[in-house]
Design a protein around this ligand. Structure first.
Ligand SMILES: Cc1cc2nc3c(=O)[nH]c(=O)nc-3n(C[C@H](O)[C@H](O)[C@H](O)COP(=O)(O)O)c2cc1C
Length: 155
């Protein structure tokens, strides 16, 4: 089983979360390829058993690049495959439960009949350029460990 972790980033915070998830999945025995979203030239569902997709929250939703990437996730090919979505957003956005990139990604992938394995991981940044709030990298590790368990169970 091999999955693909795809992320967008402007200032590097979402990249840190993506790489933490990828490394932890690998440590848990799950193979993944990790891509900056602009480097995904062609996406074939035949190559991957699951998708983990993350974006910085911009104006309450995903970045335009991630929106474009979702156009490559063809519903017929990806239907029933597992996914997880994550984002970075301002801590105040999380506290006020305002809409976020990860939620919008999850909505779209569920429309494609994909199977959401875990609630969206929302990692808090303290300002637009970061840094990540203390503890968020560890939370991403825990999230990926849980994800690995679910993937192994085939849920
Ligand atoms: C144009 C723009 C719009 C943004 N809109 C929001 C927003 O609506 N809600 C929010 O919580 N953060 C917002 N942010 C802050 C981003 O979420 C933050 O810059 C991002 O998490 C940093 O991730 P990165 O380092 O991977 O680029 C915005 C940032 C930019 C540049």
């Amino acid at each position: 089983m091999k999955g693909i972790v795809v992320f967008d980033t402007s200032h590097g915070n979402t990249k840190i979360i993506a790489e933490t998830i990828s490394e932890t999945l690998k440590e848990s025995g799950i193979a993944v390829d990790t891509f900056y979203v602009k480097d995904v030239k062609k996406l074939s569902a035949k190559d991957y058993a699951f998708l983990v997709l993350g974006s910085p929250t911009k104006f309450g939703t995903m970045s335009l690049t991630v929106k474009g990437f979702l156009g490559k996730v063809k519903s017929k090919e990806w239907a029933n495959k597992p996914f997880a979505a994550f984002d970075t957003e301002l801590r105040t956005n999380i506290e006020r439960r305002e809409s976020s990139a990860g939620e919008k990604i999850a909505e779209k992938l569920k429309e494609n009949q994909m199977n959401q394995l875990l609630p969206v991981l929302k990692a808090a940044v303290l300002g637009w350029k970061g840094p990540l709030q203390e503890g968020e990298i560890e939370r991403a590790r825990e999230y990926a460990r849980e994800l690995a368990v679910k993937l192994k169970k085939g849920q």
